[in-house]
Design a protein. Sequence first.
Length: 571
Amino acid sequence: MHFAVFHRITSSCQPEIRMVFSRHYFRSHFMQDLGAGITVGIVALPLAIAFAIASGCTPGQGIFTAIVAGFIISFLGGSRFQIGGPTGAFVAIIASIMAQFGYEGLCVATFMAGMFLFLMGLFGLGQMLKYIPYPVTTGFTSGIALFIFSTQLREGLGIAAKPEGSSFLDHMNHAVSHMGEADPATLGLTLFTILVMVMVRRTIPKIPAHIVGILSASILVCMLDVEVATIGSRFGGIPANLPSFRIPENIWGLIPVMIPSALTIAFLGGIESLLSASVADGMTGKRHNPDTELTAQGLANMASACFGGLPATGAIARTATSIRAGAHSPMAGIFHAITLALSILCLAPLASRIPMACLAGVLIIVAWDMGEIHKFITLLHSPAEDIFVMLVTFILTVFAGLTLAVQVGVVLAALLFMRRMAALAHFDLHPHTPSGDETLPIPGEAIQVYEIEGPFFFGVVNRFLDTFQFLNKPPAILILRMRRVESIDATAAHGLEIAIDRLQAQKTCVFICGLHPKVHKTMQQMQICPKIDEEHFFPSFSQALAAAQAMIQTDKMAHTRAHGETEGLYG
């Protein structure tokens, strides 16, 4: 037991950076990582600020997250190229938590989410997160994208008044009702930023479009001396010092109420980080360790909460930027964190002059990218149950909040999975030899064959038991054929036990053939095998049928001798 726990811990804590340095790491690799780290650090700075502001937090909290969490994710993670930090996936849930519980509640939820992620990696649940259906994740991301868009209408239009609430409807109603208060200069700057980003993407896609958009718009504001809201005027600037350790107040009082939000953050963070790592694998041909990645994400979020940061995860766009810039190892992510730290120490006054309208334009483009409208429309042509799951998840994300949407989405995903698994299971009662088996015909109704095919689990037990209603007359021997059953759960095993008890109560002898070793072991542990004589288990159907026919023949002869008759009862 202790060895198994030790093996689980060691297999979940194998940082990729150790693997890199256990081989050869040359000066050329160092220079590649340094160049990529500086590049992605420059790219990450305005994004960290923008995501923090969109979430209802301060710019410094976004930068602290990118520094602390980004360093830990690269240093301890299971992906060679992962770049971590705040992302758009968390905007909706962070905004909701901030509106209800303030930053102290967010800190507690982030720390708890980190603990959940760490335990998920420790117990090998990294692979399970990959099984979340595509319609569910599409519904989440499309809903989050629409929410991000709604949050940027106020800044993009230059409306001074704040919305009364933090929901999608609150933001939309506020923008519509205050449309007459829009500032033409701010609106023009927002549209200018979007236009520049679109043009850069189409003409020189290798250059980060949002950097060009922000620089161009900021220079334009300085040249024209236009008075618009900036990061400095709105938040008093960006901290010019590194984050310090702090513990949230009222931890014990907040823990019970923050559990649902923490689970939502952990769920989204796990999916986003593993998706980002998978994208990096596809771009480089490498393979990540999902369990190690989750443990690192957990530690990163716990540390982020303790240093005044926000929830963090792997960032797909920044990870791809690092790879394209020539990253060789996780050192690129570490250099990215160092670049951000130096930026706030040296460039805080300049960053404070970035117009809020520029960030609104950047986030509108981010929302467009996240929405992936073409994929949403394509899924509307998928099977009806997939459309239903996607639309329910999307609507709940937009109108009811991400926490409820995650809970319902996961349940719907599980129900959809069970429905499709149940459709794979088949139960067939054969009064004669099953087709495809070249054996002698089964004589009369004395022997019947019952075949189970596919996954045998709780979702199909009732259908399994109902099939026995077609037994007009209990046979002398029933051969239970299970060659295509590779798994069985406790509920299905209990249903099988009920069926065996009913048959034996009707004086029917049960033979079982073709048992998979794993299924056989489960039946032994559930005390089902002792209900059947050992000699009534057979490796193949032909052996079971031969034994059944021999038993019937023996019973015929015994019956004939006992009564002096010439005809058997089973003719």
